[in-house]
Design a protein around this ligand. Sequence first.
Ligand SMILES: Cc1ncc(COP(=O)(O)O)c(C=O)c1O
Length: 421
Amino acid sequence: MAEEKRQPEIPEFVQTARAQIEELDRWQQITEEEARLAYEMALRNELSGGTPTVRQFEQRWRELTGLKYAITTVNGTSAIFSALFGVGVGPGDEVICPTFTWIGSIAPAIFLGARPVFCESDPRTMLIDPEDVRRRITPRTKAIIAVHLWGWVCDMDALMEISRETGIPIIEDCSHAHGATYKGRWVGSIGQVGCWSLQGTKPVSAGEGGVLATNDPEIFDRACLVGQVNRIAGVDLVQEKYRYLQPLGLGMKFRAHPVAIGIASIQLEKLAQLNARRGAYVEAVEQGLAEVPGLEPIPTIPGSQRGGYYGFPVRYVAEEVGGASLEKMVEAINRAGVPATTCPYPLLHTLPLFAEGFDLYTGNRGPLAGDYAGYKKGDLPATEKLVSELIFLPVLSDPIPGAAELIVKSLREAAELVRKL
Ligand SMILES: Cc1ncc(COP(=O)(O)O)c(C=O)c1O
């Protein structure tokens, strides 16, 4: 008897991503649309290399950024590695980076043999402080990493002025700021090269993924050579001088998973709506803070439009509520029903890796060994103070009507509570 043929079926989609406040936020990050595409891509074995889905995504990224070249990577960290390699960072070089960012902004530099030089963030804007960058430039400085932290946009005019004067390239880390703009242009398209993380919690999520984009063929070719083994044949390399290295490049592999990029391509089409909703909510809460003693919005740089909204920091002004500690204020906000936190990122110069150093290549070699001086608490006082005054409020992505007003009401209650302590 012939065996009955099994009918293919798509199992029911189960949502696991959770909004930060489920009663107030209708958002579902991943929907059946992403799940279906992943299923279809697996069925047609679109599972490796620069497949049509991957190439379409990169084309869309070029359109959105207005840049000539874009390449996907396995994560944001490898995009930054590719960018640093792209601009020629190597042993003995220094890379300036704010201490207030995620470790992925700078970790790739040490594997290229370069020494991180941490700089201050502006106490008002919480973003890289261009004047402090200037003070830290030496003849060995090979790159500056500008991080558009939590979706706020750096002072790109001031940074590009430094770049023009010194010839040092600016790498924009846009991992928190997908679709944010500066003077009408997507962030990531202003410095010499832009990098984005597409990790699971990011505004455009691949689960794990990254993108690098640039107008500079040299940066692009080197980025492809270092991570896109066997993907570059005939397509991705721009300049004749590197053609002899095709198709294997330098043999390293940071190629993105096509299914991940497929998921991100659906997410990308929803980004404008996500940014509009998150932006409207954040602005409504910020306006409401006028009636909340002790909490102030973080200002934006003129000409910038926030995007991504990966986090929602506000400044705590303890004197306005009788001097209670930051922790007491966070506790009061939580008690009022809002899941607020203190800053979720450790300052990088205080991590044991950068504070004490590390014998990266063994035998007292590498950028964090030998004469590496390390860092101690107090070395970046402006940023240490700034971060000690930040409170992170929940980001709502598809808030129910009146959600911002409810949050503001709870914040006012918390402030009253703290004042009475
Ligand atoms: C500012 C910043 N840069 C870089 C990265 C690294 O990205 P990934 O986790 O995709 O490697 C992250 C990730 O959270 C980040 O927040």
